[in-house]
Design a binder for this molecule. Structure first.
Ligand code: PGA
Length: 253
């Protein structure tokens, strides 16, 4: 059985002091209140990776993740952060291809394939995001688009390597809008993604890959979403910035 994963995407929020408080509150709540076997990841801004990681210590349930990395190995790329740097900090996870990166920073499929490769080369686990904008859903092109996003950035990997990826399906119209996909819409798309993975890599490989849902996940809807057979947890933005709300989301997994 696939383990449930709940990742918080803090985006560009919080001061260091606020970040420390948030992490320590959630850590306390997870220890005291949230039972069961769920993996929690705090995807924090780059400057907080090390302090938050140090704060977590040897917490077996909670790790940190980055929100992006460079497609380049090293060199004259002012302002960028490499996968090797993240690895050297002991960061296990990195979000790649979030829709905000695609939309505001022009990240496309070919670039994301490169980022995926370099992250994997350095032993990081990519949390690869895909998802359709509203107009694509309204014109019924969502399944084709999401399959294409997965295919173009990940299908060059061999079967042993793609097993190391976590996929996050995040419909763009549900991100930060308060409008969540229904459990049925999430399940349907996750099943489509898994079937697509199976068509290329076989059912056993497809069944081993975690597919998270993201887009306005909160304390009220997490349980129903995470109960879907192909939804293996969530990538959570807004609700991950509030300790009690996020603890409730984790409890839903
Ligand atoms: P949201 O963000 O939960 O605030 O919709 C999700 C995400 O962008 O990963």
């Amino acid at each position: 059985m696939r383990q449930k994963i709940v990742a918080g995407n803090w985006k560009m929020n919080k001061t260091l002091e606020e970040a420390n408080i948030l992490a320590s509150e959630i850590t306390g709540m997870v220890a005291d209140e949230v039972k069961g076997d769920v993996k929690v990841i705090f995807c924090v801004p780059f400057p907080y990776l090390l302090p938050i990681k140090n704060q977590l210590g040897n917490n077996a349930r909670i790790s940190v993740g980055a929100q992006n990395c460079s497609e380049h190995e090293s060199g004259a790329y002012t302002g960028e952060t490499s996968a090797a740097m993240l690895k050297s900090l002991g960061v296990p996870y990195v979000i790649l291809g979030h829709s905000e990166r695609r939309q505001y920073f022009g990240e496309d499929a070919a670039l994301l394939a490169k980022k995926t490769d370099i992250a994997l080369k350095h032993g990081l686990t990519p949390i690869f995001c895909c998802g359709e904008p509203l107009e694509v859903r309204e014109s019924n092109g969502h399944e084709a688009l999401v399959k294409k996003q997965v295919e173009e950035s990940l299908f060059h990997l061999d079967a042993d390597t793609i097993k190391k990826i976590i996929i996050a399906y995040e419909p763009v119209w549900a991100i930060g809008t308060g409008k969540t996909a229904s459990a049925q819409q999430a399940q349907d798309m996750h099943a489509v993604i898994r079937k697509h993975l199976a068509s290329k890599y076989g059912q056993a490989v497809a069944d081993s890959i975690a597919i998270l849902y993201g887009g306005s996940v909160n304390a009220a809807n997490a349980k129903e979403l995470f109960a879907c057979p192909d939804v293996d947890g969530g990538l959570v933005g807004g609700a991950s910035l509030k300790s009690r709300e996020f603890a409730e989301v984790i409890k839903g997994a």
